[in-house]
Design a binder for this molecule. Structure first.
Ligand code: PLP
Length: 377
């Protein structure tokens, strides 16, 4: 079955007793056992719930993995993955990552987890960081917010040669454009809050694994931590996924047009979008995915202009988050990456002139006009 069809029909056999076309919301904390020696399939919704299971099965199939666990947020998903490891374990991570992941890793450092942050596009550099206690490599590609691209297959080879797990946060491209497990990843993480849900109306996270054993380990910690996805939120995310393919195509095409418009403007000093041919990650991204996504970062000529854009935009909204139908602009230094040490942030170029755009599904003409009027109005 093709991806688009799977998004709409997670299961071809409709087993619902009333023939409901959407997955019912089983809003039940507990489930009745049919007899003393006869446990039902479900017992308690922290461990498993039919609505959540239905969605987890769908996300697992979309990512072509062997297991999937749903969480209340993307951060809960990442936190649960790190429960698989112990203090004194060492990790190699992309230097550019979602700010919340960086904050989590800082707290883990206090518990003696060890981290090296490097440019994971540089394969030799990654290899040189491997130590006896290295357990995993953690990447985002494209990364947040600099859109750095990492060669998943090449990193996966290093992992296999050195008995490390490869963990990929696939939030930005989604399995519609990129399937890390087919490229050798062991664990795929999602903030389902973003493109999977797609409507900025709920939070969710997922962990997909390439083996059932790893999936069982994740489930053990998932039920222990208890940050599970609720039945109603599971329903919302499943509903969002029905239009995932449509939305991603539209977002991709909108973002290409916007990036091409912005890159010609003299007041835009730098543009980070993996769909532009002069982006350093263009070729690698194209070799491992079928699209570029909707995330664009720009450095404008002055702080004044950055503030002017954020004040004047009308269709784009000044808000955190990304991946929804509505276009948003974020000021990373004050929002997503505010917790980064100042020198580190400035060195990366995440300064007062740096803005991040999440392109939505509106008409591209309106979005371009909105940016034009915000810049020149
Ligand atoms: C938002 C985000 C997260 C965290 O997800 P939440 O649902 O906000 O907890 C993790 N990774 C990436 C790439 C994100 O954009």
């Amino acid at each position: 079955m093709k991806f688009e069809t799977l998004c709409v029909h997670p299961t071809i056999d409709n087993n619902d007793q009333y023939g409901a076309i959407t997955t019912p919301i089983y809003q039940s904390a507990t489930f009745i056992h049919s007899g003393l020696d006869n446990n039902s399939k479900y017992s308690y919704s922290r461990l498993s719930n039919p609505t959540r299971n239905h969605l987890e099965d769908l996300v697992m199939k979309l990512e072509e993995g062997k297991s999937c666990n749903g969480f209340a947020t993307g951060m809960a998903a990442i936190t649960c993955v790190f429960k698989l490891f112990k203090s004194n374990d060492h990790f190699i991570c992309s230097s550019d990552l979602y700010g919340g992941a960086l904050r989590l890793f800082r707290t883990l450092k206090e518990d003696n987890f060890e981290f090296d942050f490097v440019d994971t596009a540089d394969i030799e550099l990654v290899k040189s960081k491997i130590k006896e206690n290295t357990k995993a490599i953690y990447i985002e590609t494209p990364s947040n917010p600099l859109m750095n691209v990492t060669d998943i297959k090449a990193i996966s080879k290093i992992c296999k040669d050195n008995n490390l797990l490869l963990i990929v946060d696939n939030t930005f491209l989604t399995p519609y454009f990129q399937k890390p497990i087919l490229l050798g990843a062991d664990i795929v993480i999602h903030s389902g809050t973003k493109y999977l849900g797609g409507h900025n109306d709920t939070l969710a996270g997922f962990v997909v694994t390439n083996s059932t054993k790893l999936g069982e380990d994740v489930l053990y910690y998932a039920k222990t931590i208890g940050a599970c996805l609720s039945p109603f939120d599971s329903f919302l995310i499943e509903r969002g996924i029905k239009t995932l393919a449509l939305r991603m195509d539209k977002i991709n095409s909108n973002a290409i047009q916007i990036a091409n418009y912005l890159k010609e403007l003299p007041c835009i000093k730098k543009i980070h979008y993996v769909g532009l041919k002069d982006n350093p990650g263009y070729e690698t991204n194209l070799s491992q995915s079928t699209g570029f996504g909707g995330m664009i970062s720009i450095t404008v000529e002055s702080e004044e202009l950055a503030r002017k854009i954020l004040t004047n935009i009308k269709i784009f909204k000044y808000a955190e988050s990304l991946g929804g139908v509505d276009s948003l602009i974020t000021y990373p230094m004050y929002q997503t990456h505010a917790d980064l040490p100042v020198e580190e942030r400035i060195e990366k170029g995440i300064d007062e002139r740096f803005l991040r755009l999440s392109v939505g599904i509106e008409a591209p003409e309106d979005l371009i006009k909105d940016l034009k009027e915000a810049i020149y109005g």
